[in-house]
Design a protein around this ligand. Structure first.
Ligand SMILES: C[S@@+](CC[C@H](N)C(=O)[O-])C[C@H]1O[C@@H](n2cnc3c(N)ncnc32)[C@H](O)[C@@H]1O
Length: 217
């Protein structure tokens, strides 16, 4: 647990600097198309229900808006370890009763056990060290309701930060943070405690990601 806290601190500095620079390498407004494609398949099942959606590491809230638009009767909770993107998400989304932002850590999610219908993570799990992954996964398992779904997007092994990038491992530590890279198979292997609904790889140019949607049985 001590190492985990140490690593967590390192990443906080990296994310804060990135947000303060105003140049995040991930989009601030447009949601991931693959998430929309996955969610459209289950939309009918949840559309009219008062469900709870959770966005892990919500950043500036692009997936909060997506969840609220696709599931208008839901309550959406977004949390992040950094305050600045949360403030920016609140400014963009405005004050609404069914959206709540929390400053929190994915290793200790302040959400009741077995209460979440849909949990989304784009870009958090791939920054978690392998030895810490079990803490993250146990939190996903804990907060998901039975039949709840989990959507995740991570770096593909085919992702490159720049065209000449060479790697001989499935992770790197650079510029003060950790990146881990996946294939559809290795992502699937991480979440065998859930039922796989779909896993795919998508991207263009040098930016490829692996996406998964899983259900808790
Ligand atoms: C790559 S960004 C993606 C942001 C957002 N999910 C999106 O798709 O726009 C990763 C986000 O996760 C947050 N984050 C990283 N580690 C976290 C943790 N342990 N708990 C909560 N948030 C975390 C970062 O501050 C950052 O906002």
């Amino acid at each position: 647990m001590r190492n985990q806290t140490k690593n967590f601190r390192t990443d906080v500095e990296f994310y804060r600097k990135t947000y303060l620079s105003g140049k995040t390498p991930w989009p601030s407004d447009t949601p991931e198309k693959t998430f929309i494609k996955f969610l459209e398949k289950i939309q009918q099942q949840y559309k009219e229900k008062n469900i709870l959606c959770v966005d892990i590491g919500c950043g500036e809230g692009r997936h909060i808006k997506m969840l609220r638009d696709l599931f208008p009767r839901s309550t959406v909770v977004g949390f992040d370890i950094i305050r600045e993107p949360i403030n920016s998400a609140i400014r963009k989304i405005g004050k609404t009763n069914n959206v709540l932002f929390i400053l929190a850590n994915a290793f200790f999610i302040p959400i009741k056990s077995e209460s979440a219908d849909i949990v989304v993570d784009f870009g958090v799990f791939h920054h978690i060290r392998k030895k810490d992954a079990r803490y993250y996964k146990s939190e996903i398992d804990r907060i998901l309701k039975r039949n709840g779904v989990f959507l995740i997007g991570v770096f593909s092994e085919n992702f490159k930060h720049h065209p000449a990038e060479q790697r001989n491992k499935d992770f790197i530590f650079h510029r003060g943070h950790y990146d881990r890279f996946f294939t559809p198979k290795t992502l699937e292997r991480e979440f065998t405690f859930l039922e796989k609904l779909d896993v795919c790889e998508e991207g263009a140019g040098i930016e490829f990601f692996v996406y998964g949607i899983f259900r808790k049985n």
